[in-house]
Design a protein around this ligand. Structure first.
Ligand code: NAP
Length: 295
């Protein structure tokens, strides 16, 4: 193997160009003086198997081409988090239960190991804030919600009530949660009101509602109470309408920026086996948010 060859890491998905991951990981490589670079690879669903079989050229979004031999690890985003499972040689048990992988390392040259650091990132953040995860209401039942649900299992939540505009999806997630070996009992409801937030300790928004200025506020003031922690997975904008309402009411609340940071920190550590420079990565993320606020 050629010594001192630059290691390539990256993100596969479609689209990828709005991702903050390159800034975060490249800040870490620079901080540690590593000869490595993180690139964005736009791979559409038809191309995915050709990517894993190394049939299509490995080109980043700027058209620069790389050798697959230099690719040591990569993240996975929409729409491939579930689809990649069939190409992996090894998958963590959490990722199998969640049915989604967001971090893959390449070993023995061309074998792949997949894990889910979204769930680990959420777990680390709520643990750090000492959030009471006893009874939880959640909006959304997509990929991120599945990772949150697994984190809640790990945190030994007692009850998880799920609302999604697609009730079938909410029911499927509740069924999966109930099939895991856990203390948590989950069920799906068909309206926001039926989340019954009055007896919940945590509300999680794991839907994309709130990303756009024109998005509605799904929760009304009267549904909130002072002992409810509100966690919005959205990090851009930093303050969604939901978080502004929670803050106005004096509730504890957070956006998903630290979850994003921690999933990146854990991916970095999974690839490199060394402690990630968390502060440098966080500064890079905040820089990206500020830059996007000003565009
Ligand atoms: P996803 O797979 O598309 O899932 C979103 C789910 O929300 C879908 O089931 C969607 O239903 C549902 N939904 C949409 N509008 C709704 C509404 N008005 N009421 C109830 N449910 C609604 O997306 P995802 O990957 O899970 O991501 C969800 C959010 O989490 C995004 O904002 C993403 O940026 C954020 N996220 C943050 C982090 C982090 O690190 N902080 C990590 C991952 C994701 P349909 O399928 O019918 O549209």
């Amino acid at each position: 193997m050629e010594l001192n060859k630059k290691q390539i890491y990256g993100l596969i998905g479609c689209p990828v160009k709005h991702s903050f991951s390159a800034a975060m990981h490249n800040a870490a490589f620079t901080h540690l003086g590593m000869n490595a670079e993180y690139k964005l690879f736009e791979i559409n669903p038809q191309e995915l198997k050709y990517f894993f079989h190394r049939i299509i050229p490995l080109k980043d979004i700027n058209g620069e081409e790389f050798s697959y031999n230099d690719l040591h690890g990569f993240n996975v985003t929409i729409p491939h988090k579930e689809a990649v499972l069939e190409f992996l040689n090894e998958t963590s048990s959490a990722a199998v239960d969640i049915k989604a992988v967001n971090t893959i390392s390449v070993y023995n040259g061309s074998e792949f190991k997949g894990i889910n650091t979204d769930f680990l990132g959420f777990t680390r953040h709520i643990t750090e804030m000492d959030v009471n995860t006893g009874k939880v209401g959640m909006i959304g039942a997509g990929g991120a919600a599945r990772a949150v649900a697994y984190a809640l299992k790990v945190k030994k939540a007692l009850e998880l009530v799920i609302y999604d505009q697609d009730n079938q999806k909410a029911k499927l997630l509740a069924r999966d949660v109930n099939s895991w070996d856990s203390t948590c009992s989950a069920y799906a409801v068909d309206s926001i009101e039926a989340l019954n937030l009055y007896d919940k300790t945590l509300l999680v928004n794991a839907s994309p509602v709130g990303m756009q200025d024109s998005d509605p506020l799904l929760i009304s003031e009267k549904m909130l109470h002072k002992d409810l922690f509100v966690y919005d997975l959205i990090y851009n904008p930093s303050d969604t309408k939901l978080l502004m309402l929670a803050k106005d009411q004096g509730l504890r609340c957070r956006n998903g920026l630290k979850m994003l940071l921690y999933q990146g920190v854990l991916a970095f550590e999974h690839w490199s086996g060394i402690d990630a420079p968390k502060e440098a990565m966080f500064e890079a993320l905040k820089g990206e948010i500020n830059a996007s606020d000003n565009t």
